[in-house]
Every structure is written in C-alpha cells, then in structure tokens.
Design a protein around this ligand. Structure first.
Ligand code: CP3
Length: 362
C-alpha cells in the first residue's frame, strides 16, 4: 500500500476489494453505459448537441455521471466521457454521430497520417475531463472508474472512418503494413496511458480499458498485432496502484491473452459462462460480468433467474464484480436495473475461499 494514497479513493469499498480479489461481504455491481439513454433524467439534461460537447461541460458531465449512482445505488461510478475524447482533443477530426457512433473526416490510411496523432497534453487539451473528475471525487461516496479506449478499438474507428462490421480497412493495414500498424497502435497506446494517468491523478480510483471490438480478431492476430499495445497501456499504469479492468466483446477465445496483457480484472461478455471465464483468465485475475444486457428487457422473473445463474457461476468467491456483458441497452427499463442491484446486494456473496493465487502471497 502506498502510504500517500489519497483517502478519497475508498480503498475498503466492496468494488475495490473485489478488484483486488479480497473477501468482501457482498458482490459489488455497476453497469457499463449506466449513464445514458435508458435514464429519463439523462434525456432531460442531455440536450441536442454532440456528446463531445456535453463531455466538455464539467457541470453537465458531473451530473450525468452521478445520475445512475443516485438512482441505482451501484457500487461504482463511471466517468461520463467517450473513448474518442483524446483523439478528438488533439484534432484528428472525430465526431460522435447520434445513433451511429464515432465518425472520422479523414480516415487513417498512410504513414503521413501519423503526424495527425501528436501526444496528449491533459491540462491543455482536456481540462474539462480533469475538472469533471475532481468535481466527482468531491461528491461521490463510491469509487470513480476512469476509462479509455484500447489501441485496437480506437484504431478501428480511425482507420475505417466509422463503425464497421468487418473491419476490412483495419485488417488490411494490420496485415499489409505491420510496421505502420505497430506505429499507429504505439501512438494510440501512449494517448491512452496519458489520458488514464491524468484521470487517476485527478482522483479516479480504478480504470477500465475498453477493447470493445477486439473480438473481431482470432487469437493469433490478437497476440501479434494487438496484445503488445494493450500491454503497453496496462503496464504504463502499473505504478499507480489502482485496479485496471480490461474488457472486450466476443473475446471468449482471447480471454487468456487479455489476462496476459496485465489487467487486474478481466471483463467478460455473456457468451462465456463465468465459471469457464474464470478458468480461462486464471486465479490471479478478478472477473467482471456478465449478464446479457438483452435479458434485462425480459420479465423480472427471467432477469432474476439469469442474474442468480451469474452469481452461482461466480461461486461466491472473492474477485467478482457483477456487471452486464456489454452496455445497458437504451430500451432498458431503469426499474429493472434498480431491482437487479438490490438482488445482487441481497444474494451475492464473496467470501467462499477460491483456489490459491499462483503468484504467491494470499
Ligand atoms: O455510462 C457509461 O458507461 C459512461 C459513458 C460512456 C460513453 N461512451 C458515453 C456515451 C462510455 C464508457 C463510453 C465508451 C465507448 N464509446 C465505447 C466502449 C464501450 C462499449 O460500449 O463497447 C465505444 C465503442 C464508444 C464509441 C461510441 N460512442 C459509440 C459506439 C456510441 C453510440 C452511438 C449511438 O448513439 O448509438 C457513442 C455515443 C455515446 N457515448 C453515448 C453515450 C451515453 C450515446 C449517445 C448520446 O447521448 O449521444
């Protein structure tokens, strides 16, 4: 333990205990995309502008981050921001189109595009993010999770020019010019490290690296072309003493490699049962997940049943953070999420001893 660790970081909270795989009375729960369109209070304050404009307003971003914490009683807050904030802030020319996602004016296609990816200077480029984090740390009584996009997922937007199903341009660049690909991912890794370190310096108590679309790759390509850059991000935070969560969708065949990349907690989508996911990531990592977000649209009895299955598969052992397997769908009834938090708090246990960690020390 670092003696100078800020007291505001709630080190004994159930969420941080679970990230450290320590026994805790109960299973903590939060939801990816808990702030957002499922909440009427979000729609009421959000306005019509770009989400990037909303993020640039610390008063608004603070309020939106707090909304789900107030309503659901979740065990962690996640900063209201976006994975494209750093690249937008250095002027790459990215917007987030409503109902579409990030879109890029001039996609990344050749070596000279590297010149458009200068280093991030947090105090000058994203002072609004730092102000939001500082506001939140003063108001929250649960830990704040900062986040960034992982190099592959951000690269996929920059290279494709927008969302994609097949990632043809991205995969073409990766295979046709591995050197340029490596330099692109290196730049994006450095941006993510700087972005995440700034959030932690401002008071974030944990970080999540979103590699949402890594599941588009097989293990061989992931290991050669993506893992080194994600490892560079995670290792670049190792000295900060905050838990690092590493998440992607459709990553069942990559979970062991994502664990190798160096995270403390591996996020799991709904396609791999949590007991199997634990086997794949090994005893030295906590797991986060993994109720199918679409299940939350079903009648409550179904939701309860599926949530209990997740808890059962987690085995009551320390090192489980309950979450959905991906973000809250906009169609979700917030009342269902309120009841889900109550259920996890009432029924989730995290004190059954698990297998001994292999890294030595308990
Ligand atoms: O509550 C939270 O989880 C915090 C906020 C958050 C947002 N984006 C706000 C947002 C987080 C963690 C993200 C991360 C993000 N952004 C990811 C990784 C997470 C994931 O879902 O896999 C990705 C891939 C993006 C890129 C992005 N931004 C997409 C695909 C979209 C959706 C476009 C749409 O309108 O359907 C966005 C926009 C966005 N970011 C919204 C929110 C709340 C929604 C729309 C809005 O209010 O404008």
């Amino acid at each position: 333990m670092v003696p100078t660790a800020p007291t505001g970081r709630l080190l004994d909270s159930p969420f941080l205990r679970a990230c450290r795989r320590e026994p805790a009375g109960r299973v903590p729960v939060w939801f990816m995309r808990q702030a957002g369109r499922a909440l009427p209070e979000y729609r009421a304050v959000r306005g019509d502008g770009s989400i990037l404009d909303a993020i640039r307003r610390p008063d608004l971003a603070t309020e939106i981050t707090l909304q789900p914490v107030r309503r659901y009683g979740v065990d962690a807050a996640i900063l209201f921001s976006d994975i494209v904030v750093p690249v937008a802030a250095i002027g790459f020319g990215v917007e987030v189109a409503r109902g579409v996602g990030p879109v890029v004016d001039r996609p990344f296609r050749e070596e000279r595009d590297l010149d458009r990816l200068r280093p991030l200077e947090p105090e000058a480029d994203i002072p609004y993010v730092l102000e939001t984090v500082r506001n939140l740390v003063g108001e929250l009584d649960v830990p704040l999770i900062g986040f960034a996009g992982a190099p592959f997922t951000v690269a996929s937007y920059l290279v494709e020019g927008g969302p994609s199903r097949s990632y043809v341009h991205t995969k073409r660049l990766m295979h046709a010019d591995p050197t340029l690909w490596g330099r692109l991912l290196g730049r994006l890794a450095d941006l993510s490290v700087t972005f995440l370190r700034a959030q932690v310096d401002a008071g974030a108590a944990a970080v999540q690296l979103f590699d949402s679309w890594a599941g588009a790759l097989g293990p061989r390509d992931y290991e050669r072309f993506v893992l080194p850059a994600s490892r560079r991000v995670l290792e670049g935070l190792a000295d900060l003493d905050v838990p690092r969560i590493h998440f992607g969708v459709g990553t069942g065949e990559l979970l062991h490699l994502m664990a190798e990349a160096g995270a403390d907690v591996v996020g799991v989508d709904w396609r791999v049962p949590l007991d199997e996911a634990r086997r794949r990531v090994g005893p030295d990592r906590a797991v986060q997940g993994n109720l199918d977000p679409a299940v939350c649209l079903a009648p409550w009895e179904v939701v309860a049943d599926e949530a209990r299955d997740v808890l059962t598969r987690a085995g009551g052992q320390p090192g489980h953070v309950f979450n959905l397997g991906h973000g809250v769908l906009p169609e979700t009834d917030p009342v269902v999420l309120e009841r889900l938090v109550e259920l996890v708090h009432a029924e989730g246990r995290a004190d059954v001893p698990g297998p001994a960690p292999t890294g030595g020390g308990a």
